[in-house]
Write a protein that binds this ligand. Structure first.
Ligand code: AMP
Length: 580
């Protein structure tokens, strides 16, 4: 098909808003195309030359596109800019000027020709690439008719906006094959496994609907990720799925890892939950995967979370999320190293595991990750995993996860399959919503500290233990160990103040669990004001309660050690929090 005919469809679609009309126009168009034309047309309809998860961008700003236009049409740049501003649309402006331009080069390019040229423009890189992009686009403008140029220039500027989603294209595929939308679920299922609209369209055209059931995952094409349902007690979980595997719910970001190794050359791609290719953002994860994965081809998933090597504690989401960035990637990777807690396997060495039960997927996953058990060195680790059928034990496990600074737990149905693109009961998340649950801050006593490792050796302190006063026992009970969130200045202040108060022996009125014992004890004196996201029950802090994501607000020099928040006040805050 000629590009001009496609442009006529673009125009029709642009002028209708009813989804049904768009669907039938698309189906009519698709029916006229060959499999290859269909594939490329679907990318162009989305203003792309490749499927959206592939990170190929045109790298042409509006200014560069204008340069190509004025070069093609031999008009004065500032005159064109002024006129196109008046029209408010670069596409319509180029069309308008093209109509007045007599071009001897105009010829009816096909969809495939045009796509091929646009593809070359998109992938061009290096020194002279801007020049190449301008010249090639300008050549295309000269060759195409006025209406076609309207849409042509919108593609590199990502301005196609024809107003329909992937789902409309799937509906149109069903109409194309069966004349109505009944085949959509089958097509959509295949699309969840391989969300490449162009590929799905081509296969439908070439081989028909039967082929949809055979669509397999492929390395470097993300699979639409499965989601979890939500419940809020151990009992509800057991009632729903019976005995299940319980895993911590890490509060970081999900990654789907695609890896293949051929002739000693390894390739890794990382995809985010929204199927964005984020490979370039996480060089440390890439290195970990290359070192620790033993497989020829694999697709697996995990949650990446920031980790404090000094204290061994996880970082709150607000810190982990700083790793999502376009610049200063290497620097941030050093400051906030990631751990990839791997929890599912989707594909391994040519075998599709999506339809296998969870226990089988997990068993295989365990065989491919090589971890040395060194918390600091291993980047890829298996998410810990315990089988449970007792609701009380599930609740306890939940409390421990919270006390460790995690978000909650995830229960996984033992024989549950991986359901791409679906939110189902095969995974159940159990977490509390805690956003701004406590409005008040808590005044705590600094009870001791641990020596710092790495960057923290500068300050001599890696983490410090804080507690509140339990009037009944007349002792200080612990509520948090804090290792992050202080400025360099605050660490220094803390060290300076602690120096005079250090003691080798734990003060008598300190009540501390052995898991929280400190390298150095500090006699009761320093009071700090702490803000936290939530108060949670805790098996490791002697107050029986812990502060989730504690942060230092300030030193309270105005308060004496007897003025800290008391345990009964903290319990009251917990009751208030439950009401939120
Ligand atoms: P949702 O995305 O709303 O279904 O919530 C589940 C999310 O929890 C997943 O998308 C992951 O990002 C995250 N997560 C954290 N730990 C785990 C785990 N062990 N298993 C599965 N998902 C996890």
């Amino acid at each position: 098909m000629k590009f001009v005919e496609l442009a006529a469809y673009f125009e029709k679609i642009e002028h209708v808003s009813s989804r049904l009309t768009i669907t039938s126009l698309l189906a009519e168009l698709f029916n006229k195309l060959s499999p290859e034309e269909l594939e490329k047309t679907v990318y162009l309809l989305q203003g792309k030359v490749v499927p959206s998860f592939q990170k190929i961008e045109f790298g042409m700003a509006e200014k560069t596109v204008i340069k190509a236009i004025v070069l093609a049409l031999n008009i004065d740049k500032s005159y064109f800019e002024k006129e196109s501003k008046k029209m408010g649309d670069l596409g319509k402006a180029v069309e308008f000027f093209k109509k007045q331009f007599i071009s001897f080069e105009e010829k009816a390019l096909t969809i495939l020709d045009t796509h091929k040229e646009l593809y070359k423009i998109a992938v061009a890189g290096g020194d002279k690439s801007q020049e190449y992009k301008i010249n090639s686009l300008s050549f295309l403008i000269r060759q195409l008719d006025p209406l076609s140029t309207r849409y042509l220039v919108r593609i590199p500027l990502a301005l196609m906006r024809l107003g329909f989603s992937d789902m409309t294209v799937l509906d149109a595929y069903s109409w194309m094959i069966g004349g109505d939308k009944t085949l959509r679920p089958l097509i959509e299922h295949a699309y969840h496994v391989r969300p490449d609209l162009g590929y799905i369209g081509r296969i439908l055209k070439e081989k028909g609907i039967k082929e949809m059931q055979k669509i397999q995952p492929v390395i470097c094409t993300p699979i639409i990720m499965m989601r979890a349902e939500r419940l809020s007690s151990g009992k509800e979980i057991i009632d729903q799925i019976g005995e299940c595997a319980i895993e911590p719910k890490y509060d970081g970001f999900r990654l789907q890892i695609h890896y293949k190794k051929e002739n000693n050359k390894a390739e890794v791609r990382l995809f985010s939950r929204s199927l964005e290719d984020v490979t370039y953002m996480y060089p440390d994860v890439i290195e970990g995967v290359k070192k620790q994965i033993i497989a020829k081809e694999i697709i697996f998933e995990g949650e990446a979370i920031g980790f404090d090597p000094t204290t061994g504690s996880f970082l709150p989401f607000q810190e982990t999320v700083q790793r999502k960035r376009k610049y200063d990637i290497i620097q941030k990777a050093k400051e906030i190293p990631l751990k990839l807690f791997s929890f599912d396997l989707l594909y391994l060495n040519g075998i599709n595991y999506i339809h296998e039960p969870f226990v089988e997927r997990r068993k295989q996953l365990e065989t491919v990750i090589q971890a040395k058990g060194d918390v600091l060195k291993d980047i890829v680790v298996l998410a810990p995993h315990i089988l449970m059928k007792d609701p009380v034990k599930i609740e306890k496990n939940f409390d421990t996860a919270i006390a460790q600074g995690l978000e909650g737990i995830i229960a996984k149905k033992l024989n549950g399959t991986y359901q791409p693109g679906a939110r189902g009961w095969n995974w159940i998340k159990f977490k509390r919503s805690y956003s701004s649950k406590i409005n008040d801050t808590i005044d705590c006593l600094v009870m001791g500290y641990d020596f710092g490792k790495g960057k923290r050796t500068d300050f001599g302190i890696g983490a410090f233990l804080v507690g509140i006063f339990d009037k009944r026992q007349e002792k200080y009970a612990t509520v948090a160990k804090i290792g992050t969130g202080l400025t360099d200045e605050e660490w220094r202040t803390l060290e300076l103040r602690s120096k005079k108060l250090e003691s080798k022996i734990k003060p008598d009125n300190y009540y501390v669990d052995k898991q929280m014992v400190c390298d150095v004890w500090i006699s009761p004196s320093i009071v700090v004001e702490i803000r936290a996201d939530e108060i949670t029950k805790s098996p490791v802090h002697t107050a029986g309660l812990a502060l989730r994501f504690p942060r230092l607000e300030r030193f309270r020099d105005d308060k004496r050690e007897t003025d800290t928040t008391t345990l009964s006040e903290l319990k009251k805050m917990l009751i208030e929090q439950e009401k939120v």
